[in-house]
Structures are given as C-alpha cells and as structure tokens.
Design a protein around this ligand. Structure first.
Ligand code: SF4
Ligand code: SF4
Length: 387
C-alpha cells in the first residue's frame, strides 16, 4: 500500500528543523507557547511539529517502522495548526499529519478510541454512541425540523448530546430575533469532523455527502454554526467533496451583523472576561476570523475584554481536538489547564469560547486544576444579555 505522504516528500524535506514549531517566544504576535501537546506532556520533541516531520522522514527512508507507538505519537496531536502557523518556510504540517494519519489508519494503527468512535459515527451518526433519535432531545419547544428555509442552524453532535446549553442558547437567540430558520433534526448527521481529523476519510465523506444533500434539498443559502469544528469541516473539508451552494457562517459573525443592523440589543452588566480563539475558526480555515468574536464582546455594554498572553495568531489550543480528548484524555485536560491558567492570569472572571468542544475541555481543565474560572460560550453570554 503506497504511503499518502510520498506525495509530500518535498514539503517534508523542506523542514529546516529550526524548532520554531516546538518553542518560540515572539511578543510582537503574542506567541509564548506553540504546541499544546508539547506543553501538556513531558515535553519530548517527537510530539511537536518538528518531531513529527523528522519521524515521517524516517518512515520514508525506511529507517523507522510504522508501529503502534509511532501511531500514538501522531494521534497525540490536536491538529490545532499552531506549528503550521509559526513555520517560517510555510509547511502545511497539519495537512501532512492528517495524510499520515490516513496512512496509519489504513494499516489499522489508529488508537482503539478512534476506531470505536468511527464505528459509532457510522452506525449512530454521532461519535458519542448516543441513540440517533435523541439527537434533538435538547430542543426547548415544538419545532418543525427539515422545513425549507434560507437559513439553517447546523447543531453538531457535541451541542446535541453533550453541551446542550449551546444549542438551546443559539435556538433561543434565533427565535428572539424572529429569524426564519431550519434545523435538519433527525436528518442531521455528524459533520464528520472527528473522522476527517483522524484519517477515517471514507466514512467522513459519506456523512458529509448526506448533510450536503439534505441542506441542498431544503434550498438553504446560509448555514449557521455554533461549533467551530463543524464550521471548519463545512468550510474546509466539504468543498473537496462537493461545492455547497449555501455559505457557512459562524454564529459570532451572525450576531455581529445583528448588532450592527440594530436588531440585537444587549443589556449592561459589568464583567471582566477573556476570550479563547477556537483553532477551527481561525488557523484551520482559509479566512481566520480573530476580529468578529472580539467585536461582539466589545459591543456588549459593561464588558471589559482582557487578552491572554497567548492570543490571536499566537493563541494556544484548548487541547481537545484531533481525537486527543477521546484517546488521550489526560493529555487533553493537562493542555486545558495550561490554557485556563493563562485565562486566570488576566484577572478575568469569565473565559469565553465559541466552540462546544473547547468549552467542554476548558471546563474540565478548570475543574481539574481548581482554577475557579467561569467558562461560557459566546452564545450563552448573548442569551444572558439579550434585551
Ligand atoms: S498541530 Fe498543534 S498539537 Fe499538533 S504538532 Fe502542531 S502545534 Fe502540536
Ligand atoms: S517550524 Fe517548520 S521548518 Fe521549523 S522545525 Fe517546524 S516544521 Fe520544520
């Protein structure tokens, strides 16, 4: 079986081994820590972008075997893209890691947890092994699913089954604003993100095609996301399968437009908060959006937004993505503790994110380290403040 990474030999050998993707402090772009895994483990270089580039060379040159241990290293990566963003020779590190993950998966070297959620997602359309008929159990009132509409809210699995408060907040905000929108409901399947990120591309493509077909049937022109992972998948992975007519939009962007046109008024309540950039809304998409969530936060009366030391382009991942939370939960929580510690050091009382998976892991890190931060999603904050 030919290795997919063979097509990327040039990029793999382009790595100068500078180590910028391992550790770098560059105050001008708020870079203090690069790799959440390097920070959240004993710090061995193999876990960094540089380490993995060198390991792939070894595999290509035949000096390194593809073993379960090697696979473990490649799957202990949140695919956050921070190494890529800081690489001076602009290697698409994370893109190549994902191709190598596919190579590893094809050789049955995936972590058991990934194989398991792949199976669950194929069978039950969600990675959490929850019954599909419970996907809409969060809905707070009677609602006609899958009705034709120009705007669709794609809920995603984490908000449907784990962080239901995000789905509820998004739903209520849309209702309060009088938006005519649709939700696929039982017709919504996992967006495929966990599978795309862990090399299970065939199954992910089937899920994606289903969602594309359903949204197209309803004549949807704009899809709203309160999950950064779903957003990235629609924006970056789906176009490789089929170009969707509908445009993808983060809920933060939608809120920002509503604030701008005057249809969304927010109450004053003084609070100091800090904001965590979700990697899937920023580094992982063609047009990273750092500004909009901050614009929304700054537009809320009484809010004082303070930035963490690692912020904007230098932001540090929460530690959950890329299948790390399911296969290596201690590593994920350890990375989250580092991130919440940064939030705590700002003096803010509240840490805001725009992704249910970030919220979940940051909350776990907050609890584990007993840091006492209030961790909230932007949708919850908006619902709390809406007039
Ligand atoms: S993608 Fe993120 S977690 Fe993975 S090696 Fe790069 S910086 Fe580390
Ligand atoms: S920053 Fe780029 S060139 Fe430098 S070690 Fe990392 S991958 Fe290689």
């Amino acid at each position: 079986m030919e290795l997919g990474i063979k097509k990327h030999v040039e990029d793999i050998y382009k790595c100068t081994r500078c180590g910028y993707c391992r550790e770098m402090v560059r105050e001008r772009d708020n870079t203090f820590r690069i790799c959440p895994i390097h920070e959240g483990t004993a710090g061995f270089e193999v876990y960094t972008g540089k380490g993995k580039m060198l390991l792939m060379r070894g595999v290509l040159e035949g000096t390194l075997e593809m073993t379960p241990r090697l696979a473990e290293i490649f799957f202990t990566c949140t695919t956050c893209g921070s190494c890529k963003a800081h690489c001076p020779v602009q290697i698409d590190t994370v893109g190549i890691f994902e191709i190598f993950r596919k190579d590893l998966t094809a050789r049955e070297l995936s972590p058991a947890a990934h194989t398991m959620f792949g199976k669950h997602t194929t069978e039950k359309k969600n990675p959490y092994n929850e019954p599909h008929d419970q996907r809409t159990s969060w809905i707070p009132e009677d609602f006609e699913f899958s009705k034709p509409a120009e705007i669709a809210y794609f809920v995603g699995c984490t908000s449907s089954y784990r962080q239901k408060e995000l789905a509820i907040a998004t739903f209520k905000i849309l209702k309060k604003l009088g938006v005519d929108f649709t939700i696929l409901g039982p017709d919504e399947w996992c967006c495929g993100s966990p599978l795309f990120r862990t090399g299970q591309i065939k199954q992910a493509t089937e899920l994606a095609q289903h969602n594309i077909d359903k949204l197209t049937e309803l004549g949807v022109k704009q899809i709203l996301f309160s999950c950064a992972g779903c957003y990235r998948t629609f924006a970056s992975d789906y176009p490789k399968i089929e170009k969707l007519k509908a445009k993808s939009m983060t809920f933060a962007k939608f809120i920002s437009k509503k604030i701008k046109d005057g249809s969304l008024k927010l109450k004053n309540l003084p609070v100091t908060l800090t904001y965590h950039d979700a990697c899937h809304m920023t580094r992982s998409v063609k047009k990273p959006d750092y500004k909009t969530p901050r614009k929304v936060l700054n537009a809320i009366p009484g809010v004082e937004l303070v930035e963490m030391v690692s912020t904007l382009e230098g932001s540090m991942c929460c530690g959950a993505g890329g299948g790390v939370k399911s296969a290596f939960p201690e590593v994920a929580v350890s990375a989250a503790q580092n991130r919440v510690q940064q939030a705590k050091e700002t003096g803010a009382v509240c840490l805001i994110s725009t992704c249910p998976f970030c919220k979940r892991n940051l909350s776990d890190g907050n609890k584990e380290a007993n840091l006492g931060m209030k961790v909230m999603d932007l949708t919850e904050l908006i619902l709390e403040r809406i007039e």
